[in-house]
Design a protein around this ligand. Structure first.
Ligand code: 3NM
Length: 216
């Protein structure tokens, strides 16, 4: 996947694991795909998260749904799982494995890195994309850094760093366009899709907002 294709795939990046769902994760993912998500990250974290064989089995099921629908499948944090599943990529945080070692293990697959300021972005120039957050208040990540709005996205763009960016944290249909206008290629969303009464409609509403103000 080249940079243009990745930028396009990042438009509506749905992130989820079983603790984020009120319905069955396979149903949530299937409905989110029908609503128009463009990329998926399996993030099995938080209270009640599956481990071991159960985590692996759920990852396989979700990857199968992604493959059938040509949605790239990214694994959060767990580089060994990403390699075992031949996932399309992996996403790592600042506290996870360093990007150099991830890159060495995973080769030319997609590597995303969470960054919270310009300095971290400059240290992670081997990344294929940056996840910048938390943009808005979120209840999903217990150890989230302080909320900073869209300012870090603007700073990275002003520094003429061209790596694709997704904003994350508290993003909904109502505020997604602000993130794109600040210079992001897309938005990463957990709760606004995974816990919506109608998952398909929630995804479609966010996708519509992004398409309306996209640079393309
Ligand atoms: N990472 P929701 S915020 C997984 O700031 C994650 O890096 C963040 O969930 C960061 O869409 C976050 O439910 C949680 O707010 C996003």
């Amino acid at each position: 996947m080249n940079k243009e294709q990745l930028s396009s795939a990042l438009q509506l990046y749905f992130v989820m694991g079983s603790p984020n769902c009120v319905q069955r994760p396979v149903d949530v993912l299937s409905e989110a795909i029908k609503g128009g998500i463009t990329l998926f990250q399996f993030r099995e974290k938080g209270h009640g998260a599956l481990e071991g064989d159960q985590k692996y089995a759920l990852a396989e099921e979700l990857q199968y749904i992604c493959r059938k629908n040509e949605i790239p499948f990214i694994v959060d944090d767990d580089v060994d799982l990403a390699i075992a599943l031949k996932a399309d990529g992996v996403h790592v945080g600042q506290e996870d494995e360093p990007i150099e070692s991830v890159r060495e293990k995973i080769g030319n697959k997609i590597v995303g890195v969470s960054v919270h300021n310009l300095e971290e972005a400059k240290e992670a120039m081997q990344a294929d994309y940056f996840g910048v957050g938390p943009i808005f208040p979120t209840k999903t990540k217990e150890d989230a850094k302080p909320v900073q709005g869209v300012s870090v996205i603007r700073q990275i763009r002003l520094a003429e760093i061209q790596i694709p960016i997704v904003g994350i944290g508290g993003i909904t249909e109502k505020n997604a366009s602000e993130v794109i206008r600040a210079g992001a290629d897309g938005v990463s969303v957990i709760t606004a899709i995974s816990q919506a009464g109608n998952v398909r409609e929630a995804a479609a509403a966010i996708r519509k907002e992004i398409s309306a103000c996209s640079k393309r």
